[in-house]
Design a protein around this ligand. Structure first.
Ligand SMILES: [Zn+2]
Length: 126
Protein backbone atom coordinates (compact mmCIF):
# COMPACT_ATOMS: atom_id res chain seq x y z
CA UNK A 1 0.00 0.00 0.00
CA UNK A 2 1.28 3.40 -1.01
CA UNK A 3 1.99 5.65 1.94
CA UNK A 4 2.02 9.41 1.53
CA UNK A 5 4.90 11.38 3.02
CA UNK A 6 3.94 12.69 6.47
CA UNK A 7 3.73 16.35 5.41
CA UNK A 8 1.41 15.52 2.51
CA UNK A 9 -0.74 13.31 4.73
CA UNK A 10 -0.97 16.05 7.34
CA UNK A 11 -1.90 18.64 4.71
CA UNK A 12 -4.55 16.35 3.21
CA UNK A 13 -5.98 15.70 6.67
CA UNK A 14 -6.20 19.47 7.17
CA UNK A 15 -8.08 19.93 3.90
CA UNK A 16 -10.42 17.07 4.81
CA UNK A 17 -11.52 18.96 7.88
CA UNK A 18 -12.85 21.78 5.69
CA UNK A 19 -16.53 21.71 4.72
CA UNK A 20 -17.29 20.03 1.40
CA UNK A 21 -13.86 18.48 0.94
CA UNK A 22 -13.54 14.70 0.95
CA UNK A 23 -10.41 12.51 0.95
CA UNK A 24 -9.94 12.52 -2.85
CA UNK A 25 -10.21 16.30 -3.16
CA UNK A 26 -7.94 16.73 -0.14
CA UNK A 27 -5.27 14.54 -1.75
CA UNK A 28 -5.67 16.32 -5.11
CA UNK A 29 -5.27 19.76 -3.49
CA UNK A 30 -2.24 18.60 -1.54
CA UNK A 31 -0.52 17.25 -4.67
CA UNK A 32 -1.50 20.38 -6.60
CA UNK A 33 0.32 22.51 -4.05
CA UNK A 34 3.49 20.55 -4.81
CA UNK A 35 3.40 22.05 -8.31
CA UNK A 36 3.05 25.72 -7.39
CA UNK A 37 5.97 28.12 -6.79
CA UNK A 38 7.35 28.35 -3.26
CA UNK A 39 6.44 32.06 -3.23
CA UNK A 40 2.76 31.14 -3.56
CA UNK A 41 3.06 28.65 -0.69
CA UNK A 42 4.78 31.25 1.49
CA UNK A 43 2.05 33.80 0.81
CA UNK A 44 -0.69 31.21 1.25
CA UNK A 45 0.67 29.93 4.55
CA UNK A 46 1.16 33.50 5.78
CA UNK A 47 -2.50 34.26 5.01
CA UNK A 48 -3.64 31.08 6.67
CA UNK A 49 -1.43 31.53 9.73
CA UNK A 50 -2.48 35.15 10.21
CA UNK A 51 -6.16 34.69 9.53
CA UNK A 52 -7.45 34.69 13.08
CA UNK A 53 -4.71 37.02 14.32
CA UNK A 54 -5.39 39.79 11.80
CA UNK A 55 -9.13 39.61 11.17
CA UNK A 56 -11.36 41.29 13.74
CA UNK A 57 -15.09 41.87 14.11
CA UNK A 58 -16.14 45.45 13.51
CA UNK A 59 -17.60 46.73 16.79
CA UNK A 60 -20.07 48.87 14.85
CA UNK A 61 -21.55 46.55 12.20
CA UNK A 62 -20.12 43.15 13.24
CA UNK A 63 -18.62 42.68 9.79
CA UNK A 64 -14.96 41.71 9.43
CA UNK A 65 -11.87 43.72 8.62
CA UNK A 66 -8.31 44.07 9.86
CA UNK A 67 -9.35 46.95 12.14
CA UNK A 68 -12.46 48.22 13.85
CA UNK A 69 -14.45 50.13 12.84
CA UNK A 70 -14.24 48.49 9.43
CA UNK A 71 -13.51 50.38 6.21
CA UNK A 72 -17.22 50.63 5.43
CA UNK A 73 -18.11 52.10 8.84
CA UNK A 74 -15.16 54.53 8.55
CA UNK A 75 -16.27 55.70 5.09
CA UNK A 76 -17.78 59.17 5.60
CA UNK A 77 -19.47 59.03 2.19
CA UNK A 78 -21.74 56.21 3.36
CA UNK A 79 -25.32 57.01 4.36
CA UNK A 80 -25.42 56.03 8.05
CA UNK A 81 -29.21 56.03 8.18
CA UNK A 82 -29.47 53.48 5.37
CA UNK A 83 -28.77 50.15 7.06
CA UNK A 84 -28.77 46.80 5.30
CA UNK A 85 -29.25 43.95 7.76
CA UNK A 86 -27.49 40.77 6.64
CA UNK A 87 -26.96 37.30 8.04
CA UNK A 88 -23.18 37.07 7.62
CA UNK A 89 -20.19 39.12 6.43
CA UNK A 90 -20.27 37.07 3.21
CA UNK A 91 -23.54 38.80 2.35
CA UNK A 92 -21.73 42.16 2.45
CA UNK A 93 -19.32 40.97 -0.22
CA UNK A 94 -22.19 40.05 -2.55
CA UNK A 95 -23.92 43.40 -2.07
CA UNK A 96 -20.71 45.43 -2.35
CA UNK A 97 -19.94 43.73 -5.67
CA UNK A 98 -23.00 45.41 -7.15
CA UNK A 99 -21.59 48.85 -6.31
CA UNK A 100 -25.15 50.10 -5.88
CA UNK A 101 -25.58 50.20 -2.10
CA UNK A 102 -24.25 53.35 -0.43
CA UNK A 103 -25.43 52.71 3.11
CA UNK A 104 -23.91 50.71 5.98
CA UNK A 105 -24.48 47.18 7.22
CA UNK A 106 -25.48 45.32 10.32
CA UNK A 107 -24.41 41.67 10.51
CA UNK A 108 -26.73 39.50 12.60
CA UNK A 109 -24.33 36.58 12.75
CA UNK A 110 -27.09 34.09 11.95
CA UNK A 111 -30.83 33.81 11.53
CA UNK A 112 -33.63 32.81 13.84
CA UNK A 113 -34.00 29.05 13.80
CA UNK A 114 -36.18 27.60 16.56
CA UNK A 115 -35.46 24.04 15.38
CA UNK A 116 -31.77 24.57 16.10
CA UNK A 117 -32.50 26.61 19.24
CA UNK A 118 -31.19 29.85 17.72
CA UNK A 119 -33.22 32.66 19.21
CA UNK A 120 -32.99 36.47 19.31
CA UNK A 121 -30.42 36.34 22.12
CA UNK A 122 -28.03 34.46 19.82
CA UNK A 123 -28.07 37.22 17.19
CA UNK A 124 -26.34 40.61 17.22
CA UNK A 125 -29.50 42.67 17.24
CA UNK A 126 -28.52 45.62 19.46
ZN1 LIG B 1 -18.24 48.01 10.30
Amino acid sequence: MYKLPKVLRSLAEGFERLPGIGPKTAARLSFYLLSVPQSFLDEFSDSLGGLKKRVVRCQTCFGVDEETPCYICRDEKREEKLICVVESPLDIIAIEKTGKFKGVYHVLGGVLNPLQHIGPDDLKIT
